[in-house]
Design a protein around this ligand. Structure first.
Ligand SMILES: Nc1ncnc2c1ncn2[C@@H]1O[C@H](COP(=O)(O)OP(=O)(O)OP(=O)(O)O)[C@@H](O)[C@H]1O
Ligand SMILES: [Mg+2]
Length: 253
């Protein structure tokens, strides 16, 4: 990959008590690049996402954003830089509808005193914007007033991703977005990842499904027991080679 990275992690380490979750981890993501972050259960993938998202900052190591060193000590800092995250365990509010979930934490108030004094929400404007956003991404949800509890797992995932995109991020971190989905629904999410790449967004995609990785990723970075265990150019690397790196078992004779 040419050009300078959007995001670069240098020597990131993170410990939880006796568990060394990450040790000297390196990772680069360029604009318009999809990097798959792979590894067995407990390899440190979600921890790395939480480091980048400012939820669980690293103990040591450095992060560079657009070529400059940054400290991402809180989720607000990450958001401000343009890093959006869809976490492994989706945080949608079941009782709220699609539009309310999209705008959760950044609700629009009604104009004038109604909004200013009574904190009245401008629901119709949020619904219009939610619809515009989902349409732009080719996501089909019939009614913005549908409570998300009634949506399919695939629809929920696309709502969660849309929510992350509302802030117009430059980088998007997706932690196992297809794990709970059927083949067709997973296909929709992967199409969405392709769209992000086309928009020049840098994507980190965590997945246990190497088919997904082959379908959308440009490069793959493998973590094993908290360490980097290989970087691969996805189109030119065999699935076996990547599996060996994940499991630590060599498949060659
Ligand atoms: N908050 C925490 N407190 C203590 N240990 C933690 C915490 N978060 C993660 N760990 C430990 O750090 C290691 C890495 O966990 P992590 O969730 O990053 O793995 P993962 O690669 O995302 O796994 P999975 O594929 O199962 O989602 C594990 O040993 C885990 O038990
Ligand atoms: Mg995880």
């Amino acid at each position: 990959m040419t050009g300078s990275p959007l995001l670069a992690l240098r020597g990131i380490s993170k410990r939880f008590g006796a568990v060394q979750a990450l040790k000297d981890v390196e990772l680069e993501v360029h604009p318009g690049e999809v990097v798959a972050l792979l590894g067995d259960n407990g390899a440190g993938k979600s921890t790395l996402v939480r480091v980048i998202a400012g939820v669980a900052p690293a103990d040591t190591g450095a992060i560079e954003w657009e070529g400059r060193p940054v400290q991402i000590r809180t989720p607000q800092v990450a958001q401000h830089l343009g890093i959006a995250t869809v976490y492994q365990n989706l945080a949608l509010c079941d009782g709220l509808d699609v539009a309310e979930n999209l705008f959760l934490g950044r609700e629009r108030r009604s104009p004038g005193a109604l909004g200013r004094l009574f904190r009245h929400m401008d629901k119709s404007s949020m619904r219009v914007e939610a619809r515009r956003q989902l349409d732009a991404l080719g996501i089909r949800v019939p009614d913005m007033r549908t409570p998300v509890a009634t949506l399919s797992a695939g629809q929920r995932q696309t709502v969660a991703i849309s929510r992350a995109l509302l802030g117009k991020p430059k980088a998007v971190l997706l932690d196992e977005p297809t794990a709970a989905l059927g083949k067709q629904q997973a296909g929709h999410v992967l199409d969405l990842v392709d769209k992000l790449r086309e928009q020049g967004i840098g994507v980190i995609l965590i997945s246990h499904n190497l088919g997904d990785v082959k379908a959308v990723a440009d490069r793959a970075a493998v973590l094993r027991l908290g360490y980097n265990n290989g970087f691969f150019d996805v189109p030119t690397t065999s699935q076996d080679r990547i599996v060996s790196s994940i499991t630590g078992i060599s498949s060659s004779p």
